[in-house]
Design a protein around this ligand. Structure first.
Ligand code: ATP
Length: 329
């Protein structure tokens, strides 16, 4: 058994995401919309550290740490608790590790309630961290199915890269994406948007005619294969955008300003209000971010690239393992 004196800790790095395409279909009997989406994990990262403790706890620091709950409603805490329930089925008998309470520390850099799946990212990170800490014999698919019980975006945050999500967005299949995409994100400094509120507005806007069964565009898959950013820019699509714009009409001015400044495409990420601009190069990203800062509506401007890996261990130290870097298989 691991004792308090033998403390070990695991640190996991996890990215945020943008949606290149988000096609929303009809409501399912379980209350979720059927959807297909193309996710891309992008380089804005939270770090989540888990370590054995005498009681469960969660705390968050960093630029957005003050905006997330520091109790069991935190999605990282929910994920760790849920994994502890599954853990007995996946114990490594040789490891003799005790599954028990953990202290979770989040270094929060992914904007909150911004459509970038920051809460799901932290849940994914907590799953990877606790699976490593408890030496669970889980495959990535096992973790994805536990993650899907926390939230529809959690499986993608485990997977990372560029991938299609179908069903509730939680059924993940990889997409071939060659090269690197440059994004400029406009992040609201005002009110965020909750996904529930945006879907409710989507339903209101579709009261008279239910949406059709969702289908991915074949053009986007072809553009991703060659990283043809001009074509990708034209094909960006988000069916939640009209609902997000109805709730926050000023986002249209952000989109128009970025396109006017030369972005190859613009989209609201997920349920918003983050606006993601696709550009052709790092130099274009710098130009656009300076233009937006000078001309655009008040907001934080962040340059990122994608795709990047999903939740992965960056440090694990303690008895038996020693300091090391690596990830779950
Ligand atoms: P969603 O599409 O689920 O609304 P989002 O990316 O727009 O996701 P998140 O940053 O995930 O927004 O936050 C959604 C809500 O989840 C917020 O109200 C926040 O208080 C809550 N939350 C719980 N735990 C976390 C966490 N670890 N990080 C961020 N938000 C969290």
């Amino acid at each position: 058994m691991i004792h308090a004196a033998d403390r070990q800790q695991v640190t996991v790095r996890v990215p945020g995401k943008v949606n290149l395409e988000l096609v929303v279909g009809p409501l399912r009997p379980d209350g979720y919309h059927e959807l297909v989406t193309v996710f891309q994990a992008v380089g804005v990262h939270d770090r989540v550290r888990v370590e054995p403790a005498s009681t469960w706890s969660v705390r968050a620091g960093g630029p957005y740490g003050g905006q997330v709950p520091a109790d069991r409603s935190n999605l990282a805490a929910k994920a760790a608790h849920l994994l502890a329930q599954y853990a007995p089925d996946f114990l490594d008998q040789g490891a003799a590790v005790e599954v028990g309470p953990v202290a979770i520390s989040i270094d929060k850099h992914i904007p909150v309630a911004a459509g970038m799946a920051g809460g799901s990212a932290d849940a994914a990170a907590a799953l990877v961290g606790c699976a490593e800490l408890w030496k669970l014999t889980m495959q990535r698919e096992d973790l994805e199915s536990v993650g899907a019980r926390i939230g529809a975006d959690v499986p993608f945050m485990l997977h990372g890269g560029t991938a299609v999500g179908s069903g509730r967005g939680d059924d993940i299949s990889p997409v071939l994406a060659r090269g690197e995409a440059h994004w400029v994100l406009w992040v609201s400094r005002g009110e965020g948007l909750s996904a529930a509120e945006v879907y409710a507005e989507f339903d209101r806007l579709h009261e008279s005619a239910a949406p059709a069964a969702p289908e991915l565009s074949t053009g986007l898959a072809a553009a991703l294969r060659t990283m043809d950013t001009a074509a990708m820019g034209r094909l960006l699509r988000n069916d939640l955008a009209p609902a997000a714009l109805s709730l926050q009409p000023h986002l249209q001015e952000v989109i128009d300003t970025g396109l006017d400044l030369g972005a190859q495409g613009a989209t609201i990420s997920g349920s918003g209000p983050t606006v993601a601009f696709l550009v052709g190069s790092q130099a274009d990203a710098l130009d656009l971010s300076m233009g937006l800062a000078a001309r655009g509506p008040e907001g934080e401007i962040v340059r990122v690239t994608g795709p990047v890996p999903g939740a992965h261990v960056i440090d694990a130290s303690g008895p038996g393992v020693g300091p090391r870097r690596g990830g779950l298989s």
